[in-house]
Design a binder for this molecule. Structure first.
Ligand code: ADP
Length: 606
């Protein structure tokens, strides 16, 4: 199965190769001066190395002849060559490292920046482990290619060319023997390269799985232990890790075969070379010095050739990773075609016949019509899965609607600049995301970063969070830990509410914002929230109906449709779905009271 896959990958690879090189080169382009300097450095290095062969010629000729000058200038030349070679080596290595590390840095940053502009549906479809692996593993593969591999490629490549040119210059006929093996070597290198590329992309994929499984086991360690998942996780991980091992071994086997093979081919050529060189006609043609120089230059060849074949694997690994990274960079961004700027919206939201589906042919919202006037509070209630969160997600355009339109202040939300639109909205959701930073920086997150401590404090007070924050070891400077693990669920939610209060946006979306709070705290928060809602358009999604009784409008959703709409009193009088839901919840909370208190009439009278 894998071999077939490999074939397919190889043919696709031939077509795309040039495109990948061109794109990688585009990353190198801004540093062309340093890159050119590096190539010049390596050229100096190689020429100086070849110079040793030439020096050898003069030395041997000096031994044979009576050239006394040689005794003086050869030692100087020797030291001089080393000096020049050293400078070349420094320039080559340093400048290349400079370029390579910038390329990696820019590539990694581009990849990270892409995460910030990708669409919500992309995240829905991708495993986070695979995305993280791209930044950690894939980028390091490219690093290997652009630092080590390119270095060897340039340094040894120039060296081989210089050696071959020198051999041609000393004796072109003999050199043809060496040149005749280059197509064979090229074929071996090319064949191995294709194999490396195929294996590499499989290793990359499995590294994504390794990251995914590890993060799941780490972040979900409680579930894993309580539900006895340890064995399953262990075997899942073993399987994928073993697969990575097998693929890596395939790669190593290819390296282990191809490198000696190339050396053997070279040795074969050398044998023919020596046989020919020692023939009487050849010897007669060359001076002893030229002969020794030729043999020393020829014997310098196998080493760079071996290095070149060895880095092939690294180069291909980098290219395979680059393919994956570029694919990610080519993913569609969120659509942001709006041009209208929006400073401060009034906050009138209209849903006109809105339809939406995440997956084709499976409508999640159908014919939604709803108007929220500026400053009004509208509550969405209904069974889980009825589409409430989806409606809330459409307003900041996390997803684009399928049909109909959503208007903000009378204009379609798509016509506004996405950033400006989102600036109008503060969101508190069920899942509070806290960053591994201080309490203060978590409340004053993102564009709120410039807020003063007084403003942050005021927001925390209004969110009923000041008390617990002041009891933390370092108050507002306490680090909250990964995802805020050092705080309770209710504390985290109050932090999120404080963050939204600080944003002071004209539209507020509360998606089960108080679900993690106990009744006591919820009451306190409720007062705070009501104060905040006063002059804002608010969309509340709430489970506990007691918290939304005062809403201007209550919308009851069922299977993606609005089935009832009105105020609390209207809906109770209507005796429909809402009245039933309300009575059910009311009786839940009043269960401890005497049976008479469960009378539905008392619920309505309340
Ligand atoms: P509610 O907030 O009322 O509980 P949601 O709006 O979250 O309901 O979900 C409505 C429906 O859409 C559900 O059937 C759910 O399975 C589906 N759904 C929610 N989010 C996604 C998503 N990202 N991709 C695909 N389907 C989704």
């Amino acid at each position: 199965m894998h071999e077939n896959k490999l074939d397919k990958e190889s043919s696709a690879q031939d077509v795309n190769d040039w495109a990948i090189y061109k794109r990688l080169l585009a990353y190198v382009a801004p540093f062309w001066a340093a890159f050119a300097l590096s190539i010049a450095g390596f050229a100096i290095f190689s020429l100086a190395s070849v110079g040793f062969a030439e020096l050898m010629k003069h030395m041997v000729d000096a031994v044979n002849g009576d050239n006394t000058d040689a005794r003086f200038w050869i030692p100087f030349a020797l030291v001089g060559l080393f000096f020049v070679r050293g400078i070349g080596s420094f320039l080559g290595n340093y400048c290349l490292a400079y370029v390579a590390n910038f390329v990696v840095h820019n590539l990694r940053s581009d990849l990270f920046n892409k995460f910030l502009t990708l669409s919500s549906s992309f995240f829905d479809q991708s495993a986070s482990g695979h995305l993280v692996a791209k930044i950690t593993f894939h980028v390091s593969q490219v690093t290997g290619a652009v630092t080590d591999a390119v270095k060897v490629l340039i340094r040894e490549g120039i060296f081989v060319i210089a050696l071959l040119s020198y051999l041609l210059y000393v004796n072109w006929r003999l050199s043809l023997v060496i040149l005749s093996i280059t197509p064979i070597i090229a074929w071996v290198v090319g064949f191995a390269g294709k194999r490396f590329r195929g294996i590499s992309s499989r290793i990359q994929n499995s590294m994504g799985d390794v990251t995914q499984i590890s993060t799941e086991a780490v972040s979900g360690y409680k579930e894993v232990r309580i539900f006895g998942g340890s064995e399953i996780e262990k075997s899942r991980f073993r399987k994928i890790s073993n697969y990575t091992r097998q693929q890596t071994m395939k790669m190593e086997a290819t390296i282990a075969v191809s490198s000696p093979l190339i050396q053997f081919i070279t040795a074969f050529a050398m044998a023919v070379l020596v046989w020919l060189a020692l023939s009487p006609e050849m010897i007669g043609d060359m001076s002893p010095g030229a002969f020794v120089a030729f043999i020393s230059a020829a014997s310098m060849l196998p080493k760079p050739l071996k290095q070149l074949s060895d880095i092939n694997a690294k180069l291909q690994r980098g290219l395979a990773a680059a393919v994956d990274i570029f694919q990610q960079l080519d993913e569609q961004d969120e659509r942001d075609t709006g041009v209208l700027p929006l400073d401060k919206a009034e906050g009138r939201i209209e849903f006109n016949n809105v339809g939406f589906n995440y997956i084709a042919d499976r409508p999640v919202l159908k014919g939604i019509n709803l108007t929220i006037e500026p400053g009004q509070t509208v509550a969405l209630v209904g069974k889980s899965g009825s589409g409430k969160s989806t409606m809330a997600n459409l307003i900041p355009r996390f997803y684009d609607i399928g049909s109909g339109e959503i208007l903000l202040d009378g204009k379609p939300i798509e016509s506004f600049k996405l950033k400006d639109l989102r600036n109008q909205i503060a969101l508190v959701s069920q899942q509070v995301t806290l960053f591994n930073d201080t309490v203060q920086n978590n409340i004053a997150y993102g564009s709120l970063g410039g807020s003063s401590l007084e403003e942050v404090k005021a927001a925390a007070t209004a969110a009923n969070a000041l008390e617990f924050i002041e009891q933390l070891p370092q108050g507002f400077n306490t680090m909250v830990g990964d995802q805020g693990v050092l705080l309770s669920g209710g504390q985290r939610q109050r932090m999120a509410i404080a963050r939204s209060l600080l944003k002071n946006a004209p539209i507020l979306i509360l998606d089960e914002a108080t679900s993690a709070l106990d009744t006591e705290s919820e009451k306190n928060i409720q007062q705070a929230l009501e104060r905040v809602m006063e002059n804002r358009t608010t969309l509340v999604i709430a489970h506990r109906l007691s918290t939304i009784e005062n809403a201007d409008k209550i919308v009851v959703m069922d299977q993606g449709e609005i089935i009832e709409m009105g105020t609390h009193t209207e809906l109770l009088a209507h005796k429909g779905k809402y009245a039933t839901l309300y009575r059910m919840q009311f009786s839940d909370t009043e269960l401890t009271k005497p049976p008479t208190a469960i009378d539905p009439a008392s619920g309505e009278a309340k």
